[in-house]
Write a protein that binds this ligand. Structure first.
Ligand code: PLP
Length: 361
């Protein structure tokens, strides 16, 4: 028997109960008409969550990093200039993935904990093919202004990581000029890890690589998989869709849209604010730059002289609470606390504050 945990780190978070229950429903075949209905509805609901009308909006059958790979492998032609805003671990990962796809990468480095400097990114190169940035940097707890990048992108495509923003904070892909976006299910969408919600507009799809180096993530072929050309009747086999996971995502999205996206965003903001206020009342120092803090993922400095790993171990063993270590150079000097999806609740915020107070003495 696995003991239940309070997953209050950078993800995965505890799923919405509806998403968990869906995993126990009878398994459907991936071409069963009932499954095709669930897939179609899931794509419709993903369009709402992304804030897009893109026809090509689908859950890729892999985690968020595969979403990142799909984004670059389908859109980077050899030698293309790709400007990447790097203000944390996932911006850094983008530079690696883009380079492997043959891009000439122009990395715009920032101090960790700071939001993306829009002017520096937009002036980094006169004519990039792609500008890429992370909306919500999970490694630092910072939100960046994607709309401002979209307003200034010119002819470039705007590629955005929304892994830690979708279903938790305001996200309006079309209004903000996002051409390509990828996300994950295990954070604010409140579903287990395993799918990468993905969206690409016609402008980006028309410029795509005809035969990308990845067969599995080839968006041209995946169109048939979600019935893009002519609806369900046209559905063709590409790979075996993870039907239970898609049913679970369907349940999570239904839960979110029943509550209302704006209400869900407000709930995340309110509990994030109360957690951050509580941490400061305890005398702890927040890491992310003020005014740019994510409500769903809070970074806090480990006090001088405190063993960061020992505290996390105590939280897990005594209270069944998982929080995250810091990332990169901040592995032992920062903690990361997530209140995402089903965990974006006042009782979860109080629980982690009380447990931290207990462990820190
Ligand atoms: N991008 C961001 C902002 C993330 O937080 C993560 C995971 O934490 C990823 C990408 C990679 O997603 P995954 O770990 O699901 O492959």
């Amino acid at each position: 028997m696995i003991r239940e945990r309070h997953l209050l780190g950078p993800g995965p978070s505890n799923p919405y109960p509806e998403a968990t229950r869906a995993l126990a429903e009878p398994l459907l075949g991936h071409l069963d008409p009932e499954f095709l209905r669930i897939m179609d509805e899931t794509c419709d609901m993903l369009r709402e969550a992304w804030g897009t009308s893109n026809a090509r909006t689908l859950p890729l059958s892999a985690t968020g990093s595969a979403g990142m790979e799909a984004a670059f492998v389908n859109t980077v032609h050899p030698g293309d200039v790709v400007v990447v805003a790097v203000n944390g671990l996932f911006g850094q990962r983008m530079t690696d993935v883009a380079a492997r796809c043959g891009a000439e990468v122009v990395a715009v480095d920032h101090d960790w904990g700071q939001p993306v400097d829009v002017d520096r990114v937009l002036s980094a190169h006169p004519s990039p093919a792609i500008i890429a940035a992370v909306h919500a940097e999970t490694s630092t707890g910072v939100r960046s202004d994607i709309a401002a990048l979209g307003a200034g992108k010119g002819d470039a495509l705007l590629l955005t990581d929304a892994v830690t923003s979708i279903g938790g904070i305001e996200l309006r892909a079309d209004d903000w000029g996002v051409d390509i976006g990828y996300a994950g299910t295990q954070k604010c969408l409140g579903v287990a890890p395993g799918l990468a919600p993905f969206t690409i507009n016609d402008r980006a799809f028309d410029r795509r690589v005809e035969t990308p180096r990845s067969w599995y993530l080839d968006l041209g072929m995946l169109g048939g998989y979600v019935g893009e050309a002519g609806g369900r009747a046209q559905r063709t086999y590409h790979h075996t869709a993870p039907t239970a996971m898609v049913a679970s995502l369907h349940a999570g999205l239904t839960r979110i849209l029943d509550e209302g996206l704006e209400a869900v965003w407000a709930r995340h903001q309110a509990v994030g604010d109360s957690l951050q206020a509580g941490l400061e009342e305890m005398g702890l120092e927040l890491f992310a730059a003020e005014g740019h803090r994510l409500p769903d993922l809070t970074t806090v400095r480990v006090p001088e002289g405190v063993d960061s790993a020992a505290v996390r171990r105590e939280l897990l063993e005594r209270h069944g609470i998982e929080i995250g270590a810091g990332a990169g150079a901040y592995a032992t000097s920062v903690w990361r606390i997530g209140l995402m999806g089903h965990n974006a609740r006042p009782d979860a915020a109080l629980l982690v504050l009380a447990a931290l107070e207990d462990v820190l003495g």
